[in-house]
Ligand binder design. Structure first.
Ligand code: FRU
Length: 497
């Protein structure tokens, strides 16, 4: 084991002890210490879910990347394992960037990742040369392959940048051969692309083709691809940088795009049909998926986003968390998401109210808390007298609150953290387009200590945002300008390590 890996393993063991459990989210995974970004190597291996992550344990800001490591039996309760990768070789000395994992036929857990080595440029700047690398292991310890890097700039088609060539996604085809999809962009105009490679064994790779080109549709450089079958279609996920906002689907900045289509296995061709975002909120990026043993497709994302990120205040010893894992399905041609069903086994203390008729402001006995699974069904009492705006405030006390509000006239569902107690001038609200009949809408809020995820209409849209409001602000209130009828079910979420 390299000295850098040894050092980080002993550092993180101590550093973890200095972060009290209640200072972390209850069940959203955070770095064992310090900084976390993308999920990596999300896989099911030898009876457990493995989740690695982009990791800089020494600070709460991004730095040379390691791979942190956690395992889980049910995708809800995670246990830290020692860091898996350190930037300790010449070809990855400036970072082990994102990638994926697969079990090889001999039972080895293979990690495919991007190695970064900085290079001085003629104009005095520094650029990272990015190559694809392999590490082989047993679910705890990983050894970097002696023939690394397995793909470098010589394997790029003409015109593709060697500085933006990263985040390999590996999969195995029915015929036993492997494919690797790698994020890329053209030197000339920054246009995003995905390069496809093939291998007989997961180790020796040859360039096959450029699978898909952005052609100036979704941002510029495409990061973190994933590709998988879902309900008879093939879904291709990318996380583009520098997106432009569109009226009803995408926000500007770093975003997520799911392209729904089909994959021709004979010719390795992806045929696009439609596209959509995977999260309409503020904090979500670089998701990856895993197939569960019972055949579900579950996605987890970095519950933060480069464009909306601000340095943490001194109050936190960690920065970055993972989203709730979400089951994916196709409904009417769109991907719908729901919190992984295992979360339901941690529901306690149900509180139910049926057919509550109210207008103005309302608080209900027993409806409060910061770690909750809260379901609300709403509709206008009189369809001819439609409300303009319905709001749920949460994480609320005299000074602070955050909210989700729905305007049926505009068809707009908005999350807002303006008054969450932030000391940072960051992005505070975002909205998704959701049409309704009679102002009818169904919302499920997953609240953890430092976040909310809003699943609208059984997961047709999801809006995620982090919040750092003091934990004593645990009130919930409802507000509406016209009479509405509500059904509410609240559960405490109780996940202990
Ligand atoms: C996405 C990303 C990846 C890269 C990693 C570096 O968030 O920029 O493209 O591998 O983060 O930490």
């Amino acid at each position: 084991m390299s000295q850098r890996l040894q050092e980080v393993r002993s550092f993180e063991e101590d550093a973890e002890k200095r972060i009290p459990e209640c200072a972390r989210p209850m069940f959203h995974l955070t770095a064992r210490a310090g900084w976390m970004n993308d999920p990596n190597g999300f896989s099911y291996y030898q009876g457990k879910y493995h989740l690695f992550y982009q990791y800089h344990p020494y600070k709460t800001i991004w730095g040379p990347m390691y791979w942190g490591h956690a395992v889980s039996d049910d995708l809800v309760r995670w246990k830290f394992l020692p860091a898996a990768l350190a930037p300790d070789q010449e070809y990855d000395q400036d970072g082990c960037f994102s990638g994926t994992a697969i079990e090889l036929p001999d039972g080895t857990h293979a990690l495919l990742y991007t190695g970064v080595r900085n290079e001085n440029q003629d104009d005095g700047t520094i650029e990272g040369v990015q190559t694809q690398c392999v590490a082989l292991g047993n679910g705890v310890d990983y050894v970097k392959y002696e023939k690394n890097p397995v793909l470098d700039e010589r394997d790029l088609p003409e015109g593709a940048s060697r500085f933006d060539f990263r985040d390999p996604k590996i999969w195995r085809k029915g015929d036993g051969s492997y494919r690797l999809l790698v994020g890329s962009r053209s030197v000339r105009d920054f246009d995003g692309k995905l390069q496809l490679y093939s291998s007989p064994n997961g180790l020796d790779w040859t360039f096959l083709k450029t699978l898909i080109e952005n052609r100036d549709r979704f941002g510029r450089m495409w990061e973190c691809p994933d590709i998988f079958p879902l309900d008879g279609k093939t879904i291709l996920i990318v996380s583009p940088q520098d997106m432009l906002a569109t009226d009803n689907e995408y926000h500007s900045g770093n975003g997520t795009v799911a392209i729904i289509g089909s994959y021709d296995d004979e010719t390795d061709t992806f045929i696009e049909e439609s596209n959509q975002t995977l999260d309409s909120g503020i904090d979500f990026y670089a998701p990856q998926t895993v197939e569960t043993p019972d055949g579900r497709r579950v996605m987890i994302g970095w519950f933060q986003n480069w464009d909306t990120l601000k340095p943490p205040t001194h109050e936190r010893a960690w920065n970055g968390q993972m989203s709730t894992p979400r089951e994916l399905h196709l409904r009417n041609g769109r991907i719908v998401q729901s919190p992984v069903r295992e979360l339901e086994t941690y529901r306690r203390n149900p509180v139910r109210y049926s057919d509550v008729l109210f207008s103005g402001s309302l608080k209900l006995d027993g409806i409060r808390g910061r770690c909750l699974d809260l379901e609300i069904e709403l509709e206008a009492d009189d369809p001819n007298d439609l409300y303009q705006k319905f709001t749920i405030n949460f994480a609320e006390n005299e000074s602070f609150h955050s909210s989700v509000s729905y305007k049926p006239g505009k068809g707009s569902l908005k999350i807002d953290r303006r008054y969450s107690g932030t000391r940072r001038a960051f992005l505070t609200d975002r909205a998704a387009k959701i049409q309704s009949v009679n102002g009818r809408i169904k919302l499920r809020l997953i609240l953890d200590r430092f976040s909310v995820e809003v699943f609208a209409n059984d997961g047709e849209n999801v809006l995620s945002m982090t919040l750092y409001t003091v934990q004593s602000a645990d009130g919930i209130s409802f507000h509406c300008d016209k009479p509405v009828r509500m059904n509410i079910t609240q559960y405490d979420l109780c996940v202990s390590s």
